[in-house]
Design a binder for this molecule. Structure first.
Ligand code: S3P
Length: 166
């Protein structure tokens, strides 16, 4: 069984995913990492050289591959659930968990971690606040298609383990 973490940038998919994998004895995979390895360049360079549309196609291909594997904790990129049919594929591939974090907390986490993220790297603080508000509102309906929603504000992996065991 795979556990697939979804949620906004900065919601803790990677950090909590690693801890969760250790606790469960599963392999941890980070979709962004797999794409960077395959393309031989950083996400921001993929966006710059190949464009976002091309990146979204790469995400879909990696997702399809992942769906054929087992016993993995997967950290998805924040935009993956919004691709056509992607949440359906995620839900067929394993147990999905949405790490829900408020826009205020996301802002605090992301304001010092913009550089690697092409969608926010050039935004001012005010711009980042607005981006989080509008983009989260657009994306939340997809994130909520996850089987479970867990409060991600405390980065407490026990909260995920609890819903998985319930
Ligand atoms: C993106 C989120 C990023 C990365 C890319 C696009 C998004 O992943 O895939 O920069 O569209 O929200 P993280 O959620 O791991 O930051």
């Amino acid at each position: 069984m795979n556990i697939i973490l979804v949620g906004f940038m900065g919601s803790g998919k990677t950090s909590m995913g690693k801890k969760l994998a250790t606790r469960l004895g599963y392999k941890f995979v980070d979709m962004d990492n797999l794409i960077e390895k395959k393309e031989g360049m950083a996400i921001r360079d993929i966006f710059r050289k190949k464009g976002e549309e091309s990146f979204r196609r790469m995400e879909r291909r990696i997702l399809e591959k992942m769906a054929r594997k087992d016993n993995r904790v997967v950290a998805t990129g924040g935009g993956v659930p919004c691709g056509p049919g992607n949440m359906e594929l995620i839900n067929r591939a394993g147990i999905s968990v949405y790490l829900e974090v408020s826009p205020v907390d996301l802002f605090e986490r992301l304001k010092t971690r913009r550089a690697k993220r092409p969608l926010i790297k050039d935004l001012s603080e005010a711009g980042l606040r607005e981006f989080i508000e509008t983009t989260l509102a657009e994306r939340a309906p997809y994130y909520r298609m996850a089987r479970f929603t867990v409060d991600g504000s405390s980065r407490d992996v026990n909260k995920i383990l609890k819903v998985l065991k319930a």
